[in-house]
Design a protein around this ligand. Structure first.
Ligand code: BEZ
Length: 219
């Protein structure tokens, strides 16, 4: 059964570079990102893990834990991480699942047989505090992911969950947001004290609510 948005993220226990992890317990009450790498000691993956490690403080700020996966054994991960630190200038600072038996890869549909029978594709799953899958992205092995984009989507998801706003095309943190259609104008007036612009009755924009709150707190 393939995983779809809104499904509960399947729970599992796995060996990782930070010991045995039980996924749901490890997530706790926060957000999580689970992402797969085709293979240890491969060039694109090496750059991705370096970038994920550099961006860990940004994930921490958002209360998001990150966990990687590759279908190689633990000893291989440990050796590869030395290379990552040497070549990328950052030690890997999050757990990497050693999924040699492909238990987790199969559970999450990370192996796409028409791409490769043996390697995972580059899957990304973002899981919310309710353990539901909020985002899935799939890249081929040959294309490194954009981790700034993953953070951008997490910012959007967290705004939606807290303020009932959506984010428009190419939105960046700080840009105006969109008021979701099921909120009436009357409710929007109460909910968005900075006001909103009605371009069409179904297209209403408002300043990013958490930035407004931050300004009000500072004033
Ligand atoms: C890489 O991470 O560089 C890679 C892995 C598998 C296929 C192609 C590239």
């Amino acid at each position: 059964m393939s995983i779809r948005l809104g499904d509960e993220a399947p729970d599992f226990t796995a060996q990782t570079t930070e010991g045995e992890v039980s996924f749901h317990d490890w997530l706790g009450d926060g957000w999580g990102v689970l992402f797969s790498h085709p293979k240890d000691y491969t060039p694109v993956c090496t750059t991705e893990l370096g970038m994920a490690a550099r961006l860990k403080p940004e994930f921490d700020k958002r209360n998001v834990k990150i966990m990687g996966l590759s279908v190689d054994p633990l000893e291989s991960h440990v050796g590869w991480e030395k290379d990552i630190e040497e070549t990328q200038g950052t030690a890997v600072n999050f757990p990497m699942i050693a999924d040699a038996d492909k238990k987790v890869s199969d559970l999450y549909g990370m192996i796409h047989p028409n791409a490769s029978d043996t390697f995972t594709v580059r899957s990304v799953y973002v899981v919310g505090p309710d353990k539901k899958v909020k985002l899935m992205i799939t890249y081929p092995a040959s294309t490194g992911r954009n981790f700034d984009e993953i953070l951008r989507v997490i910012d959007s998801l967290q705004l939606t969950s807290k303020y009932s706003v959506a984010t428009p095309v190419n939105w960046k943190n700080g840009d105006d947001c969109i008021i979701v259609p099921f909120i009436s104008d009357e409710d929007a007036k109460a909910k968005f004290p900075a006001g909103f612009k009605t371009i069409k009755p179904y297209l209403r924009t408002t300043p990013q609510p958490d930035k407004v709150e931050a300004k009000e707190t500072a004033a």
